[in-house]
Design a protein around this ligand. Structure first.
Ligand SMILES: [Zn+2]
Ligand SMILES: [Zn+2]
Length: 336
């Protein structure tokens, strides 16, 4: 089968012909219908961190059809339409038992990080990582839910977003646009931030009350909060400039939610944070239940990470180049 694999940083992914993977007894093989291209792929290709092995098939947003099931698998059959939860969790550790599979202590792998991922024609995962896909969702719609959509759901749950909150979304890519929609659904007033005009247009279309450049953010927050500051800032960029801007616009009891990251650092003043009782919250990925929630919301028409375009798998490097150039308003989706 065709697989787009990472061999080394600062090189295009290789289009390799690899053996079709066989499922173990508790695993299933999924024929990929669509795979989303996340900003995280660039962290590998640009050398921020390395996958656990090389070569590694990238891609952690996968939707498709069950093709083969292991001997011990119950409840799934060839032909079932599924979304894939990308943490291949153990199901038995203290965090899995708390329903926080994203913090699993002994995962079998994480797609693209420590297990071959979704930029391929087929994928093998444990059966307990599958979420059933309703007929009303296409694979192209469903794939971006697996990271972008559910990352937004998790971040806003961790931030305790409440109706009436003024919420800033710092960054308006795939996760950002999903965050705008989900924050609106939870009753927040949303300000989206992007340097890119097309992304600001997309953020307004997704439900943002305002979509502004970083330079215009302080005045916008001041106007919409009567000078009180933002209740929540969801930080998706993770570079020093946007992290500092985020802390600057945060109000009393404001929650700074760290989702994006780079090699940059953030220095904060404990005094400024303490007197305002601000909180720094971090949010990684999502739980299995939150993927089920994102799929249900999308099926009900309440969450739709905008698909910026669909490309054949063989053009994966074009998709990565466009993402790196900031030339994507939403999610690019690959189809084998
Ligand atoms: Zn992702
Ligand atoms: Zn576990």
């Amino acid at each position: 089968m065709l697989a787009a694999r990472f061999h080394a940083a600062h090189r295009p992914l290789a289009l390799d012909d690899v053996p079709v993977p066989e499922p173990g007894s508790d695993e299933v093989r999924v024929r990929i219908g669509a795979a989303g291209v996340c900003g995280t792929e660039l962290h590998f290709t640009d050398g921020l961190y390395a996958p656990a092995k090389t070569p590694m098939t990238l891609g952690h947003e996968a939707a498709g059809t069950v093709e083969a099931v292991g001997s011990a698998v119950t409840g799934w059959a060839p032909g079932d339409r599924v979304a894939v939860y990308y943490y291949l969790f153990c199901g038995a550790c203290r965090w899995c038992l708390r329903g926080r599979q994203n913090l699993c202590l002994a995962p079998r792998g994480v797609l693209a990080f420590a297990a071959d991922g979704a930029f391929a024609e087929q994928l093998v995962v444990p059966a307990h990582c599958l979420v059933r896909l309703p007929d009303e969702l296409s694979f192209e719609q469903a794939a971006p839910l697996c990271c972008a959509g559910t990352t937004a759901v998790h971040a806003l749950t961790e931030a305790d977003v409440e109706p009436g909150d003024l919420l800033v979304v710092m960054g308006s890519g795939g996760v950002g646009l999903a965050t705008v929609q989900e924050a609106r659904r939870r009753g927040a007033t949303v300000v989206a931030v992007s340097r890119d005009d097309a992304r600001r247009v997309a953020a307004r279309a997704a439900g943002a009350t305002a979509a502004v450049s970083p330079a215009d953010l302080p005045d916008t927050v001041a106007r919409l909060s009567a000078g009180q500051g933002a209740d929540v800032v969801v930080e998706l960029a993770g570079v020093t400039a946007t992290l500092e801007l985020s802390t600057a616009v945060l109000g009393r009891r404001g929650r700074l939610v760290l989702v994006g990251y780079s090699a940059d650092q953030l220095t904060v003043s404990p005094l400024a944070m303490v007197v305002a009782e601000q909180r720094v919250v971090s949010s990684v990925g999502n739980t299995l239940a939150e993927l089920e929630q994102a799929v249900a919301l999308a099926a009900a028409g309440q969450l739709a990470p905008p698909v910026a375009g669909t490309l054949p798998l063989a053009r994966v490097n074009d998709a990565l180049d466009r993402l790196r150039a900031g030339d994507v308003a939403g999610r690019l989706v690959l189809t084998p």
